[in-house]
Design a protein around this ligand. Structure first.
Ligand code: ZN
Length: 656
């Protein structure tokens, strides 16, 4: 545990709120204390209201903000005295508490306050810091956790038994804290939850947090010794189909497509192959904060249906309450531990998967530490359900938008670094899909820095490279729903009498043979797609209307179109839809430099602008136009269409 306080940086903070932002970020950058929006901080200030009267304000972290990157706008100012009065009520339902918080903030545009706001209000210190530090939770989540915490901290912290976050926890603190706090008190430990520190200054509160967590870390080092899972056996080949089957099963129980990210690092494999896995992983998440993100207990093995059945059965009480709320928690697992597949994280988006994976990696550390302290103890299942159910209630209070049409689905685009392929990547990302882009140009690897995009340098005509790329796709997202066959080459014009075999074969290898291989390798994945697979072939106007000097290109695209029609016939029985579109004269691609365009326009005796619109509608066709149609062909509009060939060319009089 490192103290990152820098007095120079701190002295540049002119206000209490600026200091609050500064030290919140120091805590946020330490992943062993807070992860993905976990933890929260606050500061109490005074400010005049519209009438010049002074009022006390609690600035508390707003939901949706991460401590690591928080700004002043990420804090919600609340009327402090109102919160303190609320804590004296004998009871307050969670929706009523959320209502009180929302109607007692002093800035309309502020984010919603953390549900731990009342707790912050109650602690009689200017600065309050709260984290779910792994080391502290590792100690609290053991059979004799409370005794150990008291052994570590003595009178320096107040200990509060586990109570679900929300009003009841604030009540518990309101009644216990004043009785147990002494002048020595520097912090508060919430069992199975985390730790608070506080102080008169931002520095005091921050440094107490660091020191308190460091004491738990030292205790673990002394009492738990070296915590290492047994070494994992040598790695095995990625079982692609098993992963895609697991994703299909999870999606089925979730009621919508889900992504599945497989973590097969040495640490993850060692844990999922732990000889005692079925006992140590039987417990659920380590803290309520984790429950909100990883949800429920992990599935051990791959029997998703049995897990879902047990989940429904176990939470009969939940079902009743969920029915009352006219909604249902889906019974699909979010964490799956399988000796062969590794640690798999399921989620509706790549970001959700990453959060689940990161949190469970920390859970593994906490479980192993707890085990070496004599036995890990997680929250009881009923408490886990209570938190999850409560989260559902909170979600209902927020206005939830319609999910993106391709949320939870995976698309593979070839030739994705530029032109139509890149535009397809954009169109699919915009519709919520996770996208894997392949291109022979290494620039593909840096096309986008985002969790829902994976750019892989790959020569699609090389079977081994395609095989490796499909493995990467499966590890990242768990399957394949949409395949956009776009990669192709267009050699310069050459008449048949001058066309060499080598050039002919090269065009066929990329435009035709590579696509056959891709289709063959992807079919087993597409047939497992939760909403059935879709394939879009980027054909060409040259198929219905070939041009002189393009024998190899036109023949390859015509053969590709015939391949599309056969695929539609062969795979229709499995629900896989296969369609083609035929673009023409798309000039915003790398192929068409200004010079080439000018030369072609001059050849026809036209201006460049007129040349670009040389079609029936006199309109320019862009990469984006083609990509939007390709994406729509994967969507519900084309749900009943297969083997279609749709032109996207502004109308061509030779075709019409
Ligand atoms: Zn908390």
């Amino acid at each position: 545990m490192q103290n990152h306080w820098n007095e120079g940086d701190a002295s540049r903070c002119a206000t209490d709120l600026a200091l609050r932002v500064y030290s919140s970020r120091l805590i946020g950058r330490d992943t062993s204390m807070v992860l993905h929006g976990g933890g929260n901080t606050s500061v109490k200030t005074e400010e005049p209201d519209r009438f010049g009267e002074t009022r006390r304000v609690l600035w508390v972290k707003g939901s949706g903000w991460d401590l690591e990157t928080i700004e002043e706008a990420g804090f919600c100012p609340l009327l402090l005295d109102h919160l303190i009065r609320l804590a004296q009520l004998p009871a307050l339902s969670d929706p009523a508490m959320v209502e009180e918080l929302a109607t007692h903030q002093t800035r309309a545009a502020a984010p919603a306050a953390s549900v731990e706001a009342i707790l912050h209000a109650l602690l009689p210190y200017k600065f309050v810091d709260h984290s779910h530090a792994d080391a502290v939770v590792s100690v609290t989540n053991t059979a004799d956790g409370e005794a150990r915490i008291r052994e570590i901290y003595g009178e320096d912290v107040v200990v509060i038994p586990y109570v679900m976050p929300g009003f009841d926890l604030a009540r518990a603190v309101a009644s216990r804290f004043p009785l147990e706090a002494t002048p020595r008190t520097q912090g508060m430990v919430l069992m199975n939850h985390g730790i608070f520190s506080f102080g008169a200054t931002a520095r005091e509160s921050y440094e107490r947090m660091i020191a308190l967590v460091a004491r738990a870390e030292r205790y673990l080092q002394q009492h738990a010794g070296e915590i290492k899972p047994p070494a994992a056996p040598a790695d095995i080949e990625l079982p692609r189909l098993a992963l895609a089957e697991l994703r299909r099963d999870v999606s089925r129980e979730a009621g919508n497509p889900m992504l599945l990210a497989a973590n097969r690092t040495a640490q993850a494999l060692a844990f999922v192959r732990h000889p005692d896995l079925s006992r140590i992983a039987r417990y659920g998440p380590a803290t309520p904060d984790h429950v909100l993100r990883t949800k429920r207990l992990p599935l051990i093995g791959r029997d998703v249906a049995a897990y879902a059945e047990a989940y429904r059965h176990y939470f009969e009480e939940m079902s009743k309450r969920a029915r009352e709320a006219k909604t249902m928690l889906d019974p699909a697992p979010r964490v799956i531990l399988d000796p062969e597949l590794g640690l798999c994280a399921a989620g509706r988006s790549a970001r959700d998967c990453a959060i689940v994976r990161d949190l469970y990696e920390h859970t593994i550390d906490i479980i192993l530490a707890g085990e070496s302290l004599g036995g890990y103890r997680a929250l009881p299942a009923q408490d886990i359900f209570d938190v999850e159910y409560w989260d559902l209630e909170q979600a209902k209070l927020k206005k939830s938008g319609k999910p993106a049409p391709f949320a939870g689905e995976v698309a593979l685009v070839t030739g994705a670094a530029s032109g139509i392929g890149k535009a397809c990547v954009d169109a699919l990302l915009a519709r919520g899909a996770a996208v894997v882009g392949l291109d022979i140009d290494p620039a593909i690897e840096r096309l986008y820095e985002r969790q829902d995009f994976l750019g892989l340098r790959c020569n699609v005509a090389d079977g081994a490279e395609v095989d490796a790329a499909l493995d990467r796709m499966l590890e990242a997202y768990g399957g394949l729903d949409m395949l956009i066959l776009n990669a192709g080459v267009f050699p310069g014009g050459r008449r048949i009498e001058e066309l060499a075999d080598a050039e002919w074969r090269k065009v066929m290898a990329v435009n035709l043979d590579a696509n056959l291989a891709l289709l063959r390798e992807c079919q087993p994945l597409l047939r497992l797609a939760p909403r059935y697979g879709r394939v879009v072939f980027i054909g060409s106007k040259n198929v219905p209307a070939p041009g002189p000097g393009a024998a190899a290109y036109s023949a390859s695209k015509a053969a590709l179109t015939q391949l599309m029609r056969v695929a539609a016939l062969e795979w229709g029985g499995e629900g896989i839809r296969v369609n083609a579109l035929h673009p023409d004269a798309v000039f915003d691609t790398g192929l068409w430099t200004g010079e080439v365009l000018a030369a072609r326009a001059a050849h026809y005796g036209l201006s460049v602008e007129d040349y670009k619109r040389k079609n029936v509608l006199k309109t320019e066709v862009t990469s984006r136009d083609v990509a939007e149609l390709a994406a729509e062909m994967c969507g519900p509009l084309f749900a009943k269409t297969t083997a279609a060939q749709v032109p996207v060319d502004g109308g061509n009089d030779r075709v019409i």
